[in-house]
Ligand binder design. Structure first.
Ligand code: ADP
Ligand code: MG
Length: 233
């Protein structure tokens, strides 16, 4: 179970202080598809990065399986990111001079898996996202939707409990965006998926829960979870 409590985060640039998050509390189920909506600058990316351990909160707490992260050291955050979290970005963040297969294999190099097993696992993940016949292409030989599917395969290669996606369909046309949403919905069947999106229609259609942010605060949550209603196994 993942929980954030009264998270606050400021960014300072010169004299300007920006309150990116202003006391956000949320509990997440082990398996659900959460969409985070809000206008540009409302704090969506900051929230996702804090949940994923890419950025640090100033105050409040992020509680992972009942344990506070207040005392976390860098290597605790590293372990959390490497083992529990998969990240998908709007711009795919693939390595352009490496093959599709190598891009996914790279996600496994930190996990102490043998080379043969890495290749096997990466191939399996790419088959799952429908790219089993594109393994040896370079990313620039793929469509945007295919690149995003590679990124999803890479994010899932380590079998993380949590997949975080920041505007994963932001650069895609509608039809391709729908394919990616279908895939994320499948992924959310047995893990937590938290997706930031600008698109309320896609959120409405695919997510099981919609959370809205405005000016760094939570303004609505369609299906809140306190963490006390008893987690389904
Ligand atoms: P969103 O993803 O909803 O567009 P962000 O979380 O990226 O919003 O940003 C929230 C606020 O924090 C914005 O006002 C933004 O300008 C500011 N901000 C985000 N990241 C930084 C940063 N690294 N340095 C300074 N200000 C930032
Ligand atoms: Mg953003």
């Amino acid at each position: 179970m993942l929980q954030i409590k009264e998270i606050r985060k400021q960014y300072r640039t010169g004299d300007l202080v920006q309150q990116a998050l202003d006391g956000v509390s949320l509990g997440f189920r082990e398996s659900e598809f959460v969409a985070i909506l809000g206008s540009s600058g409302s704090g969506k990316t900051t929230l996702l990065n804090i949940i994923g351990g890419l950025d640090r909160y100033d105050s409040g707490d992020l509680i992972i399986d009942g344990v506070s992260t207040k005392q976390y050291k860098d290597r605790d955050w590293d372990a959390y990111r490497n083992h529990s979290i998969g990240f998908v970005f709007q711009s795919y963040n693939l390595i352009t001079h490496q093959s599709v297969l190598a891009n996914v294999e790279l996600a496994l190099t930190l996990s102490g898996v043998s080379r043969a097993r890495r290749k096997e696992r990466a191939t399996e993940m790419l088959r799952k996202v429908g790219l089993g016949d594109q393994l040896h292409k370079k990313p620039n030989q793929l469509s945007g939707g295919q690149m995003q599917r590679v990124a999803i395969a890479r994010a899932l290669a380590n079998d993380p409990n949590i997949l975080l996606a920041d505007e994963p369909t932001g650069a895609l046309d509608t039809a391709t965006g729908i394919q990616v949403m279908e895939l994320l919905k499948e992924v959310a069947a047995d893990r937590l998926v938290i997706m930031v999106t600008h698109n309320p229609e896609l959120a409405q259609q695919y997510a099981t829960r919609i959370v809205r942010l405005q000016d760094g605060r939570l303004i609505s949550d369609s299906n809140p979870f306190s963490g006390e209603e008893g987690e389904q196994p």
